[in-house]
Structure formats: structure tokens, C-alpha cells
Design a protein around this ligand. Structure first.
Ligand SMILES: Cc1ncc(COP(=O)(O)O)c(C=O)c1O
Length: 438
């Protein structure tokens, strides 16, 4: 289906709603471009003025099964007739249990006990508290560029953009270390930055800042998301796993964005042959309904009743939606489809890079792909304004994309994407790059 832009955007209805939004909604919301959504289906979004967009955002990597998937909508409709809020903290019901059973069946062995919550940040908070409870230690290590959410524990781990931290400290005791970004290796070399980061933790952090016996967890994204869709080397997570094992530190892998088949495997960490001690999942897990899961082994998740909980965790509607989503993601061939479409999108983006010098880097796994815009390819100066201009031009031509990091465009489309969608998106993007005459 071709995007169809007839009015604006923003058209008159969108403009009127945006004006009201500006009057009443907290200013901390971000509005990348003036999109006012009315409905969505599959790969498409419609705004309130009837414009249709091809969507490469999946609503911040959430609608992995496609917008308004009929199976998800049916499951939600049926559940609504029976029970929405089931007070799962105090009363048991079957749907959250069924959901957790299905989730565990799709995870690597050893990840077998599930704590249910409502958002990514909540899953991270639970992981931090669990790591402290299990180890009796206080400190955490996380990475520059990492994003884990905005509640106090999660934002303490986060070091993606200073605006997310400015004015909010002091934070929990977290030591930030470089993430091994092959394109911007923090003064290390591209080929060895993974080993260098591990050495830095071992030889600098543990020697000068914190004793490893005081570190409860190292919290890492298997592929950095908000920081710019950065893929570490093949060996990095394994080396981190070894470092954690050596010192009894919990390895927490935050798969809130990279999980749920986004990379072609259920967890991105599976590509790297690593099983986390604790894994966090949210975003795509609930198919558009608030749902988070923190998962660990029986041995690690051994906290007593009442030690951690939330009123809405295990909400029946979210879990019914989540169960339907998991069945879709678990269908035979789904992962291969993601891998195939990811490879095709990557190839098309590399072609685009040949025609537009501003594209400095194309990287990703599966359908978690980023392109980094730079003023020139030698200095790699970040092209933030240019990135924003391209996003806006794409939007005005009917393609919705989101930014990541300072100068990256992220590609996190619904995983049901087909080649024709990719071709259409690339055509619009090509025009957008040309229109902003970079
Ligand atoms: C890796 C990661 N962790 C945690 C979060 C926080 O999730 P939420 O916004 O649902 O709190 C995000 C959100 O983008 C994320 O990408």
C-alpha cells in the first residue's frame, strides 16, 4: 500500500490537537514531527487528517507482530469480556501464568521464573533490586550510551543523553564504562575495543574505583538501542559473562528493545552464545499493552512474598495480548523472515550509503538497524540537524522513522515487513536525503 499524503501534514485537525497538547500535556514529551495518530494496521499508520504512512518505527520497537494484529485484538476483546484487572499481586488467575509458561518455553534454559510488571523501566528496577537482594552487594556497572529507563534505578544506569539525567541526581551507585562501539571506539581500536573494555573494567575500575566483591550486577544491552543501535563484537558478551562469573557478579542483559525476535532470535544475546543471569523484556512483549517481564533462574529469583510487587503487574488484558504475540513470534519461519528482511534492508541501506555521503555507518542485526549520519566520513562529526531534517522530510513524504543517539536513524519496523515495504521506504528515504540536499 502506497503512503498517501493528501493534507499537510500536519493537516487542520492535527494542528488543532497539537495546540491543545501543548497547553495541557507535560512538556517532557518529545515530538519528533507533527504526527497525530488516529489508527493503525499492519505496516501502516493513519493520522487524524486521513494521511497514510508506511511505518518503520513499530511505535518505538513495540508492534513487532504488526499494528493491530487480528489475533492480538481478538485475544484482548475476549479477555475484556471476562476480566481486565485481576489483582495478580494478591489473587491468582490463569492468563498471566499461561503467558509466563509460554515465555519461559521460548527462553534459553535457566531462565525459568518470571516477575511481571508494566514497563521497561520497571523490569530494570526489579532486576536491580533482585541482583542486590541475591548478592548482598550495592554497586552496579553499566555503559556509556546505555538506556534503561527513567525511574531512579533505571536512570542511574542510563548514560545516553545528559538531558535524561540533568537536574535529577544524586543517583544510585553506578559506574559507567565505555560500550565497545566499533564505529566510535572511545580511543580504543575498532578491532580490539571489546577486549579493551573488559581490560578497562578489570584493570582500572576494579583497581581504582570499586572492588569486584561490591558489584551486584553488570547491566548491558545486547545491542545498544537508544544509544544508536550499536552492535558489539561477537565475543564481547561472552567476555563479560566470564568476568561476571569470576567475581560472582550478576550479568543482567536488558533486552527491552532488542528482545522479542527483533534481531531474528527471541533474545539478541542468543546471537552471542550467552545466557544472562537476569533478563529484562518489555516493549514488544505486550503487543501494544503495558507489560514487562524480569526473568531469572529459580535460584536467583528467591525473594519472599511481598518483597517486590506492583498493583497492575500481570494485568490480564496485557497478558492475553502478550500470549497472542508470543504465539505469532514463535510460529515456524518467523525468525528466518526477520533475518531475511533484515539482510535485505541492510543491503538496500548500504546502496543508499553509496549515493549519500552523509551516511557514515550502516549497522545492525535482524530488523534492528541504524544508520549514523556524519558531516564527513573522516572526522565522523555527528550530523544531528541533518538527521532531524531527513526524519522530517521522510515523514512529510509518508514514512515514519525514529531517531536514536545524537545522529542515528533507527530502523525498527514491524517484523512482518515485506520486500515491497522496504523498497518503498528506501525510495522515500532516498528522496528525503536528496530533498534536504546534503
Ligand atoms: C533497552 C531499554 N531498556 C529500558 C527501556 C525503558 O522502557 P520504558 O520506556 O518502557 O520504561 C527502554 C526504552 O526505550 C530500552 O530501550
Amino acid at each position: 500500500m502506497q503512503p498517501l499524503i493528501t493534507t499537510g501534514p500536519p493537516g487542520p485537525r492535527a494542528r488543532a490537537i497539537l495546540e491543545r497538547d501543548a497547553e495541557v500535556i507535560s512538556q517532557c514529551m518529545v515530538r519528533e514531527y507533527p504526527l497525530v495518530l488516529e489508527r493503525a494496521e499492519g505496516m501502516n499508520l493513519w493520522d487524524v487528517d486521513g494521511n497514510r504512512y508506511l511505518d518503520f518505527s513499530a511505535g518505538i520497537a513495540v508492534m513487532n507482530a504488526g499494528w493491530n494484529h487480528p489475533d492480538v485484538m481478538r485475544a484482548v476483546g475476549e479477555q475484556l469480556q471476562k476480566l481486565s484487572h485481576g489483582a495478580f499481586l494478591d489473587f491468582c488467575s490463569e492468563v498471566p501464568v499461561q503467558f509466563a509458561e509460554k515465555l519461559v518455553s521460548m527462553l534459553p534454559e535457566g531462565l525459568e521464573r518470571v516477575y511481571l510488571s508494566n514497563s521497561g523501566a520497571e523490569t530494570v528496577e526489579a532486576a536491580m533490586k533482585l541482583a542486590r537482594y541475591h548478592t548482598g552487594r550495592k554497586y552496579f556497572i553499566s555503559f556509556y550510551g546505555g538506556f534503561h529507563g527513567r525511574t531512579y534505578g533505571a536512570v542511574s544506569l542510563t548514560a545516553a543523553k545528559v538531558i535524561q539525567r540533568k537536574g535529577f541526581g544524586p543517583f544510585l551507585p553506578v559506574i559507567h564504562v565505555p560500550y565497545p562501539d566499533p564505529y566510535r571506539p572511545f580511543g580504543f581500536s575498532t578491532d580490539t575495543c571489546d577486549v579493551d573494555v573488559i581490560r578497562y573494567i578489570r584493570e582500572e575500575v576494579f583497581r581504582t574505583e570499586v572492588s569486584p566483591e561490591e558489584v551486584a550486577a553488570i547491566v548491558v544491552e545486547a545491542v545498544q538501542g537508544e544509544g544508536g543501535y550499536i552492535v558489539p563484537s561477537k565475543g564481547f558478551l561472552k567476555q563479560l559473562r566470564e568476568l561476571c562469573d569470576e567475581h560472582g557478579i550478576m550479568l543482567v542483559v536488558d533486552e527491552v528493545q532488542s528482545g522479542c525476535m527483533r534481531t531474528g532470535r527471541f533474545l539478541a544475546s542468543e546471537h552471542f552464545g550467552v545466557v544472562p543471569d537476569i533478563v529484562t523484556l518489555s516493549k514488544a512483549l505486550g503487543g501494544g499493552f503495558p507489560l514487562g517481564a524480569t526473568v531469572a533462574s529459580d535460584e536467583i529469583m528467591a525473594w519472599p512474598p511481598g518483597s517486590h510487587a506492583s498493583t497492575f503487574g500481570g494485568n490480564n488484558v496485557s497478558c492475553a495480548a502478550g500470549l497472542a504475540v508470543l504465539k505469532i513470534l514463535d510460529a515456524p519461519g518467523f525468525g528466518d523472515h526477520v533475518t531475511g528482511m533484515g539482510a535485505y534492508l541492510m543491503e538496500r541501506l548500504k546502496d543508499l550509503q553509496e549515493n549519500h555521503a552523509v551516511i557514515g555507518d550502516v549497522r545492525g542485526i535482524g530488523l534492528m538497524i541504524g544508520i549514523e549520519l556524519v558531516r564527513d566520513r573522516i572526522s565522523k562529526q555527528r550530523a544531528k540537524e541533518e538527521r532531524n531534517a531527513v526524519l522530517n522530510a521522510a515523514f512529510r513524504n509518508g514514512l515514519t522513522l525514529l531517531p536514536a543517539g545524537e545522529s542515528v536513524i533507527r530502523f525498527s519496523p514491524p517484523l512482518i515487513i515485506e520486500k515491497e515495504d522496504i523498497d518503498m521506504g528506501i525510495e522515500i528515504l532516498d528522496r528525503a536525503f536528496s530533498a534536504v540536499s546534503l
